[in-house]
Design a protein around this ligand. Structure first.
Ligand code: 6PG
Length: 238
């Protein structure tokens, strides 16, 4: 199921996102489980830093994973975890331990293997992990996570997490979730704002070009595109 929600202002994108997260968390927590969310980097970090404090929940049962992460020290300005640590921790009552982080001292290959081990504590090792929610970003070239157009990682069929050392967007070394894991999530949510994203949003949602973000098609989960009017301005429905 794909839903495209177009909101007139940034503030409404945030309330739409917080409502979706609140409902998803309630569902997961009511079943007695933890709430497992995958985070992306870039402009999403600031959006979430403004959105998550509006949610009322048992924060102690939330666990944050990374849809992709750059292999850099946590205190580097390129570290996605570092960005969340600076902008989010402190605004909501969560601890650093609730963030399932990469080991930035390893090579991308070893960091990916190590991350799979860390995920195995939360997900049965013999099944494709099923995240409650994946929060996804969209690059101007149509990438999401660290899955870039034309890259061989788009064909990965069995590994949960893969290394990449030739990312066209710097820094070059990263790890990323793979499409089988992404498409097994209960909810995949793109929250996209600003006119700089309008053209790529149209190429994916209207022209249906075969780009990485367009390949996010959860098998039995839900797919949400929350757009502000600027990001949606080239869509015919806007
Ligand atoms: C990264 C991010 C990436 C991000 C997109 C969109 O490592 O670069 O995790 O996946 O979500 O590049 O970034 P912007 O929203 O900043 O354009």
């Amino acid at each position: 199921m794909e839903k495209i929600l177009i909101e007139p202002r940034d503030g409404l994108v945030m309330s739409c996102l917080s409502n979706l997260l609140q409902t998803s968390a309630e569902e997961a927590l009511a079943s007695g489980d933890t709430f497992k969310v995958g985070l992306s980097g870039g402009s999403l970090v600031q959006l979430l830093a403004q959105t998550l404090p509006n949610i009322t929940t048992d924060w102690s049962r939330w666990y944050f994973f990374f849809c992709d992460e750059r292999i850099v020290p946590f205190d580097s300005s390129d570290s996605t975890y570092g960005d969340y640590k600076t902008k989010l921790i402190g605004k909501i009552p969560v601890t650093e331990e609730q963030f399932i982080k990469i080991n930035p001292d390893l090579s991308a290959e070893d960091a990916a293997k190590d991350y799979i081990k860390k995920m195995s504590v939360f997900f049965p090792p013999d099944r494709v992990p099923c995240f409650d929610v994946l929060l996804l970003g969209l690059g101007p070239d149509g990438h999401t996570c660290s899955l870039f157009p034309g890259h061989k990682l788009l064909n990965e069929a069995s590994l949960w997490v893969c290394p990449i050392n030739d990312s066209p967007k710097p820094p070059p070394s990263r790890i990323t979730l793979t499409l089988p894991v992404i498409n097994n999530a209960k909810k995949c949510i793109f929250a996209i704002t600003g006119s700089s994203k309008a053209e790529i949003v149209k190429r994916i949602l209207q022209d249906r070009e075969n780009l990485p973000a367009g390949r996010v098609q959860p098998h039995s989960g839900e797919l949400y595109w929350i757009l502000d009017e600027d990001a949606a301005k080239f869509l015919e429905t806007a």
